[in-house]
Design a binder for this molecule. Structure first.
Ligand SMILES: [Fe+2]
Length: 277
């Protein structure tokens, strides 16, 4: 295993490892430590089918199944999702997606998300990552004072959401808005992060919608400065894995005539660390 930094200490490329192969416990632990330290890990040149991707994800934690069931494929294992614009795709992904952290609107959000690029766009379609641990570490004192110890309310249908699917009334009841600390502590590391999910945060600690919007704009501007952002341009075979406790991400637009097909898996934290704190 060889590591190459991608954006200073944020994001790392990991080479000379085959994620489809049998991985011993020492290797998995080493890989997990590298990933957590750098928040985003890119493994180029992989070739994983659904089973292999699920097997790899399962080594890192209990497998994630998306709460919005309409996004799941009618066939195949439910832990693997498709992000596809191919003809006949189920819940096709055809445009950009705003900054968010995955499932921040649930009580126990997914820990790691893994994407594997099988068909990628020549232009556009990049996945951009903002380093929220770095954003907290570099945050000016006056802004820190306004967010430290503060709770925000996260919802599946936030003010900036353009959903791939519309929630049913039943789902609205199943996934009601949930409070989380706006500054969260990493479950394994001595590290804090801004838990920023612009698509999902509805209100901040009892603030009005207007004040929430003002503070959100400041936080987004701070967190998305070039110093904190790594933008991943996809190559076929890439596996990209990120830590939702410490980064937010977005998908950049791409021309509709370009084919894009990725598979996705995710894994949870153990129960005793699953709720953000
Ligand atoms: Fe996402």
């Amino acid at each position: 295993m060889r590591t190459v930094p991608l954006h200073g200490e944020f994001a790392v490329r990991v080479e000379d490892i085959d994620l489809s192969g049998p991985l011993d416990e020492v290797t998995v632990t080493e890989l997990r430590d590298i990933w957590m330290r750098h928040r985003v890990a890119v493994f180029p040149g992989q070739d994983l089918d659904d089973e292999a991707l699920a097997s790899f994800a399962e080594r890192l934690g209990p497998l994630f199944v998306h709460v919005q069931k309409q996004l799941l494929r009618p066939k195949g294992r439910k832990e693997i999702m498709e992000l596809s614009n191919l003809p006949g795709a189920h819940a096709p992904v055809t445009s950009e997606l705003d900054w968010h952290t995955d499932q921040s609107y649930t009580p126990k959000p997914v820990f790691g998300t893994i994407l594997h690029g099988l068909m990628v766009t020549e232009q556009g379609g990049e996945t951009a990552f903002a380093d929220l641990a770095g954003a907290w570490a570099s945050m000016p004192d006056d802004l820190r004072a306004r967010v430290d110890g503060v709770t925000a309310v996260y919802a599946a249908e936030g003010p900036r959401v353009r959903p791939r699917i519309v929630l049913t009334d039943e789902q609205r009841k199943e996934i009601p808005p949930v409070p989380h600390p706006l500054i969260r502590t990493h479950p394994y590391l001595d590290r804090k992060s801004l838990y920023l999910s612009p698509m999902h945060i509805r209100t901040i600690d009892g603030m009005s919608e207007e004040d929430t919007a003002t503070l959100m704009a400041e936080l987004i501007a701070h967190a998305t400065q070039p110093a904190h952002v790594y933008t991943h341009k996809w190559t076929v075979g890439d596996v990209v894995m990120w830590d939702n406790t410490s980064v937010m991400h977005r998908r950049l637009p791409f021309p509709p005539d370009q084919k894009r097909y990725l598979i996705r898996a995710g894994f949870h934290l153990p129960e005793d660390r699953a709720v953000p704190y």
